[in-house]
Every structure is written in structure tokens, then in C-alpha cells.
Design a protein around this ligand. Structure first.
Ligand SMILES: *Cc1c(COP(=O)(O)O)cnc(C)c1O
Length: 457
């Protein structure tokens, strides 16, 4: 395979992708394969001799799509979406063809400067004040880890980086129990420890109790611990909990703050939803994933920072071989993030934001929210179906009379494959989540959830 062959195969791949998307509605959403089936169909060792591309492509068609859960299926309502617009796919093809590593400015000025520009576009699009700088991570998990490492080092006056953590104070982090497991992971990996991530009590609406936050910080200080940061949940993964950030900020005692809006952040392109994260604009760090709900496909997680210097002081290293001789004042985005190497992810944001415009992105979000609400009302009207959490943006949950019946329904729905739904535990119950956000879904696709429930319950 050389570059001339690549051209022909790329055209064939583009045709394959067109047909794949055109045929998605005829496929079951969730892969209908047993664990290990694909693995057993693959040779256990790499071939010694080159194989013809015809055979490789034929095996791809034979083995891969059937063992794939189709995240771009218009009836994918599981987890959160990881939606991908056609403009994003095109940009990714170009970025793949260039295959640059944008680790430092010199490594690819285009990657760095387009990222700088896109962070400005997105900051404005989400209604955040000037003064926030931004960078792109692979995932929200890494962005949150970066924020937590920065909280740790601020609390230690940047001594942890040199000295390690042994013999240091007990650091304490605060978040509600509705926060995502990536916060737990960050507390673990940053050496703060799971038990020093304080899960602050929530009110009836699942938002963090501001008074409880203030009390927890005061008690920790009295006990000689060192509080180092507060993490807010803006769109929880279970049932879409939102902390009332503005109400909590006066109780944060000046600690650094980070907002996890991995899913819901994209909805803030619509001014009418911004009340949900009021106060985020005064926090130190915010993460949101355009790869969830903005059509800029996985992976693309944006972190806004009020003071990038704090994070760069924590994560940045500049050995001789990474210096830019022409000027040291350029932005080297690897110093803002955990990995050194970085893909050219800004390109898909540029394509998406231009190909659809902010109006196009807002229209998608508004449709998804409206259709989710309409579906919720239809399910509410069905005897035996109980809405267990009201729609937060495009996410709600429902259940049948008892856990066993709900679980049996979910299994039947996903085995049938017309729609794909997943579960969470809410208020002690097994509940089915409905999360609308696929790029190509229509209202009719969303309503198929009600039809599946009617058919299979
Ligand atoms: C999806 C999600 C994450 C983790 O996202 P990754 O980008 O996959 O790491 C974190 N927090 C929330 C609220 C999420 O919905």
C-alpha cells in the first residue's frame, strides 16, 4: 500500500462510510455479539508477509460492523451521545492525512493557532467572559485530572512536584455524590486519595448543599487538613444533576473551583440553558466535551482556564529538546495537559462551527431537548411506567414497578436493538436512562423508545 493506493482506497472507504450511515437505521443499535466472539475469529499473531488490501478490507466488512455498537445510530440513547457530524468526519480525515503532532507550537503552528482561535470561539459561544483561555484534551477525565493536580500543587505551593507527597498534609477535595467517577479517579491518581474526596450532601434537587460544603471545609481546617479545591457537577451522568454553583461559591472559602460540564456544556450555546450553570463563569476551570453533544467527534474535550499559568506551572516541563529557538513566548499546549503528543483536534471544531454555524448547533440541542421532553410525556402517560427523574436538558429516567421488571424490560429492549438505552441507580432504584443527542436523530427516532417500551414491557 503506497500513497497512490491510499487515494483509491480512501475513495472506497468514503463510499463505505456513506453506505454505512445510510443503512444505520436497519442495524441493531447495540452490537448483538457474545463476548469473545470477534477475538476468536482473529488470528493470534501478526502476519509475516504483507497481505493484499482487498483481503484486509473484506475482513473489515465481514468482522467489524457486526461487532460494533453504533454510536452514530439515530436511535442511540444510551450513556451520553458521542455525536459526530459529517463536517467533523471530513476534518478528521484531513487531520489524519497530515498526521501532525501538535505537541509544541513549532511542531505544528496551524494546530496550535487554530486551537487558540477555536478556544476563543467556544468561549464566546458558551457565553463565558473574556479572560478564560482554553485548551483541548482527549477526554474530560484527563482535563479533570489536570485541574485536580493544579489544585493539589496550589495547596502545596508547588512543592509536591519536587518533594512528592510523603509527609505532607492531608489534602481534601469536595464534590457532590452526583459527580462523575472521573473525579474519584482524579483524587486517586493525584495522590489525594479517595477518602479525602469529600462527597458533600445534596438537596432534594440533587444539587450540592452550600451550607454543608462550607461546614465540611471548616471542619477539615479545624482538624488540621488542607482543603485544596471544589468540583462542581453541571449535568451529572446518572440523571443530570446540576449544582447551584452561584449559591455554593460564597461557601468555597476562596478554594480553586472546577466545573464538570462534560455533557451539558454543549447546551450552553443556547442562552436559555445558561441558568443551569450560573456561577460557572466565576470558576477557575471548566471542562466540557464537544465530542458529546456538539458534533465534533471523539476525542475532543475542552478545558477553559481562568489562569492557565497555574496549570502550566503544574504540568509544564520544557527540556532543551522542546525549546523553540525563534521565540519562547509561543503557546506550547503540551504544557497545559498531561500527554506530550497531541492530535490536531482543533480542525474538526473549525469545520463544525463553520459548516453548521452556532445557529445550527443550537437548533440540534433545542430539538434534542424538546424531543426528550415529548418522549417523557408519552411514557408518563403509559400505565405502569413511572418517570423517576424529570428531563434535565435531554436526559430523563423511568422505571417499571420493581427493579426486576425494569431490568427485564431494558434487556429486552437492547436485545431487540431498535433503540439502545442504559441504566443507572437513582434513589435506590434500578432506572432506565434516556439520553437524546445523536446528530442524525429525528423526533420519530426518539418516539421509537415509547414504541419499544409498549411492545416489550
Ligand atoms: C462523560 C462524562 C465524563 C467523562 O468523560 P470522558 O471525556 O470520557 O473522560 C465526566 N463527567 C461527566 C459529567 C460526563 O458526562
Amino acid at each position: 500500500m503506497n500513497h497512490d493506493d491510499l487515494n483509491g482506497w480512501a475513495k472506497r472507504a468514503a463510499d463505505w462510510v456513506r453506505d454505512y450511515h445510510a443503512g444505520l437505521r436497519d442495524r441493531p443499535v447495540r452490537a448483538q455479539v457474545a463476548p469473545g466472539a470477534l477475538l476468536a475469529a482473529l488470528p493470534s499473531e501478526a502476519p509475516e508477509a504483507a497481505e493484499p488490501m482487498e483481503r484486509i478490507f473484506a475482513d473489515f466488512e465481514r468482522l467489524i460492523p457486526g461487532a460494533t455498537t453504533h454510536w452514530q445510530h439515530p436511535r442511540f440513547f444510551a450513556y451520553f451521545p458521542a455525536n459526530a457530524s459529517p463536517a467533523s468526519m471530513l476534518a478528521e480525515q484531513l487531520a489524519n492525512g497530515i498526521a501532525a503532532n501538535g505537541m509544541i507550537w513549532q511542531g505544528s503552528p496551524a494546530a496550535t493557532e487554530l486551537e487558540l482561535a477555536m478556544m476563543g470561539w467556544l468561549r464566546g459561544a458558551l457565553g463565558l467572559p473574556e479572560g478564560f483561555a482554553g485548551t483541548i484534551h482527549d477526554t474530560a477525565t484527563t482535563a479533570t485530572l489536570s485541574a485536580v493536580l493544579t489544585m493539589r500543587e496550589r495547596a502545596l505551593a508547588w512543592r509536591g512536584l519536587e518533594d512528592g507527597l510523603a509527609g505532607g498534609p492531608v489534602l481534601r477535595l469536595y464534590a457532590s455524590a452526583q459527580c462523575h467517577s472521573s473525579i474519584d479517579k482524579a483524587a486517586r491518581l493525584a495522590g489525594i486519595g479517595q477518602r479525602n474526596l469529600v462527597k458533600v450532601a445534596v438537596a432534594d434537587d440533587l444539587s450540592m448543599d452550600p451550607e454543608a460544603l462550607g461546614r465540611a471545609i471548616a471542619e477539615d481546617r479545624a482538624a488540621g487538613h488542607v482543603p485544596c479545591g471544589v468540583i462542581f457537577c453541571a449535568g451529572g451522568t446518572g440523571v443530570g444533576a446540576f449544582d447551584r454553583i452561584a449559591d455554593c461559591l460564597p461557601h468555597c472559602e476562596g478554594l480553586p473551583t472546577h466545573v464538570d460540564a462534560a455533557w451539558a456544556g454543549s447546551a450552553m450555546v443556547c442562552p436559555e440553558f445558561r441558568g443551569l450553570w450560573a456561577g460557572a463563569e466565576r470558576c477557575d476551570s471548566i471542562v466540557f466535551n464537544p465530542h458529546k453533544w456538539m458534533g465534533a467527534q471523539f476525542d475532543c474535550s475542552v478545558q477553559f482556564l481562568r489562569d492557565p499559568a497555574a496549570q502550566v506551572n503544574t504540568l509544564g516541563l520544557r527540556p532543551e529538546y522542546l525549546r523553540t529557538l525563534e521565540g519562547e513566548d509561543v503557546t506550547n499546549f503540551n504544557e497545559w495537559t498531561v500527554p506530550l503528543g497531541r492530535r490536531f483536534r482543533a480542525l474538526k471544531l473549525w469545520f463544525v462551527l463553520r459548516a453548521y454555524g452556532l445557529e445550527g448547533v443550537r437548533a440540534k440541542v433545542r430539538d434534542h431537548v424538546a424531543w426528550s421532553e415529548a418522549l417523557c410525556e408519552r411514557l408518563r402517560g403509559m400505565p405502569g411506567v413511572e418517570i423517576t427523574s424529570e428531563p434535565r436538558l435531554s436526559l430523563f429516567s423511568f422505571a417499571l414497578g420493581d427493579d426486576a421488571a425494569t431490568e427485564a424490560l431494558l434487556t429486552a429492549v437492547n436485545r431487540e436493538g431498535r433503540v439502545y438505552l442504559t441504566q443507572t441507580r437513582h434513589a435506590g432504584r434500578f432506572v432506565i436512562r434516556v439520553s437524546v443527542g445523536s446528530w442524525d436523530c429525528t423526533e420519530a427516532d426518539v418516539m421509537e423508545v415509547a414504541e419499544a417500551v409498549e411492545r416489550l414491557r
